[in-house]
Design a protein around this ligand. Structure first.
Ligand code: ADP
Length: 497
């Protein structure tokens, strides 16, 4: 391969731009062309060790631990300003690397600044308590202190946003961070480090090591100086990380897969529901953990609703993700592309009927890119693999239901519990469904809304802990109870006080 034309990146460790210790590189591909565009350092355990040592040193000595919380907050807000300024450039890199639409990514990278502003604002509002004392001459109070070095392991579907969800609160709380981006989308995290540097974070406070899961992710999780692992990714990898973290008794927070039901009742505003279902599964080419990949439709409207849905989805424009007209882009990487096609075959073998798509997209505007036709299966039973396993692509399974009880039973009958959508105009039904669906997020008459203000995370196998919102900063803090005696004399030392 002629690598001269490719953009060559370096890792960011201890405030330095470095090659991997081995000097090796791997390439990152553009999913729209199917061709490599960048060279990324091939990190190993040695690089992980350098980064974690640097982060550990930055946590305990130097400028960072001496900064007031207000100054930490100011650094984060400055970073937020830089993100705002550079959001278009960051979006372009994301599109080149993961093939998501520029229309979506440019909005996402601009919005992402809010996490840095919000947690920048929260940094100096983390207050301990004075505890009423039941002991004479004793003063007891709590402090919320950072944990130490945080390992942030990031997937490829929304790389910078999911990094922000971890980085902003981890830094606001006073931790230091080692980031391991996905091997499919490392460029944006490295580009982002230029902004971290420019904002003025001291060396070692934020580091990025690139490479593959087993070579970089695994040694990072296992490194004895890492206090906590914050992970977003597949449930299979999440389980491995949880097991490895358990050996070191490390804290974890995890946002994993989903098989979310999008439930349409016969009293719903059907035109809105069609748009909500489309946005739930075909936006981002279905490559989101919150994809509404199971459409539950009340039996009486099943055929009419599917007809409307197919007509709408059939008109979706595919092609160059940089074009503002494109609605469905390519799949991010070749293994994922193959996995989606495999699931389509499995669904057909299991007896599901493709009423739209069901194959690789060969439209001229898709060129040699990794495109899958928006696919809708009817005749799906909730027990089929296509209804139980996360596909992470533009593949929708339609399942009829009879009534509320049936919708709840089918909706909850998966191992996941990340999100759920409900379409109804009946207020009582909306509240009942919101209460009874086992999911970390429930949307009623909308889908895919997330915010820096609101906790996000999974029930069941969809995760541990929450991201965003005020509460979750505690995921990056530990509580210390401090006892101070004002007594002039220590009483009997053999009796517990
Ligand atoms: P996918 O298979 O869709 O790429 P993963 O959940 O495997 O999703 O990947 C999410 C992130 O986890 C990536 O950054 C990947 O490199 C990393 N990863 C994969 N395997 C491991 C592992 N054993 N330990 C730590 N990180 C890993």
């Amino acid at each position: 391969m002629d690598t001269a034309a490719l953009t060559k990146y370096r890792m960011y460790i201890n405030g330095q731009w470095v090659e991997a210790t081995t000097g090796g590189y791997f390439h990152s591909d553009n999913p729209y062309t199917g061709k490599p565009w960048a060279m990324i350092p091939l990190g190993t355990a040695a690089d992980v060790d350098h980064a974690v040592q640097a982060a550990s040193a930055a946590f305990t000595s130097g400028e960072w631990p001496r900064l007031t919380a207000t100054k930490r907050g100011a650094l984060l807000r400055r970073l937020g300003d830089l993100v705002t300024e550079k959001s278009k450039m960051l979006a372009e890199i994301e599109v080149r690397d993961n093939g998501k639409l520029y229309a979506e990514m440019s909005a996402q990278t601009a919005y992402m600044a809010q996490w840095y502003y919000y947690y920048g604002g929260l940094a100096d509002k983390i207050e301990g308590q004075v505890i009423p004392s039941d002991k004479a001459d004793t003063f007891n109070y709590t402090r919320h202190e950072p944990l130490g070095v945080i390992a942030a392991i990031i997937p490829w579907n929304s790389p910078l946003l999911l990094m922000a969800w971890k980085l902003a609160p981890a830094l606001a709380a006073g931790n230091t961070v080692v980031i391991k981006p996905s091997e499919y989308t490392s460029a944006s995290a490295l580009e982002f480090m230029k902004l971290v540097e420019q904002a003025g974070f001291p060396p070692g406070v934020v580091n990025v090591v690139t490479g593959f899961g087993p070579d970089v992710g695994a040694p990072l999780v296992e490194h004895p100086l890492v206090a906590k692992v914050a992970f977003t990714g597949s449930d299979a990898t999440g389980q491995k990380i949880y097991e490895a973290a358990a050996r070191g008794l490390k804290r974890v927070s995890m946002e994993l897969g989903g098989k979310s039901p999008n439930i349409v009742f016969d009293d719903a505003h059907l035109e809105n529901a069609v748009k909500g279902v489309i946005s739930g599964i075909f936006a981002a080419t279905g490559q989101t953990c919150i994809a509404g990949s199971r459409l539950l439709v009340q039996r009486g409207i099943h055929d009419a609703f599917v007809e409307k849905l197919v007509a709408f989805a059939r008109s979706a424009r595919m092609g160059d993700p940089m074009s503002m007209d494109t609605q469905v882009g390519p799949v991010t990487n070749l293994p994922q592309f193959e996995k989606i096609l495999k699931y389509i075959d499995i669904a057909k073998e299991d007896g599901a009927r493709p009423v739209l798509g069901g194959a690789r997209a060969t439209r001229p505007e898709c060129g040699a890119g990794w495109f899958v036709e928006p696919t809708i299966f009817t005749g799906v039973k909730n027990s089929m693999r296509i209804a139980q396993e996360e596909v992470f692509g533009p593949v929708l399974s339609v399942i009829p239901f009879e009534d509320e009880e049936d919708a709840i039973a089918i909706g909850n009958d998966v191992v996941f519990g990340l999100a759920a959508g409900v379409w109804t105009q009946n207020m009582r039904r909306a509240f009942t469904m919101a209460e009874r669906l086992q999911a970390g997020t429930v949307w009623v008459n909308t889908y895919r809304a997330v915010s820096y203000l609101s906790p996000f995370g999974g029930y069941k196998r969809s995760g541990i802990g929450r991201e965003s919102g005020q509460e979750m900063i505690k995921e990056y803090l530990q509580t210390k109870s401090v006892w101070i005696s004002t007594a002039t004399e220590v009483p009997n030392p053999f009796i517990m006080r």
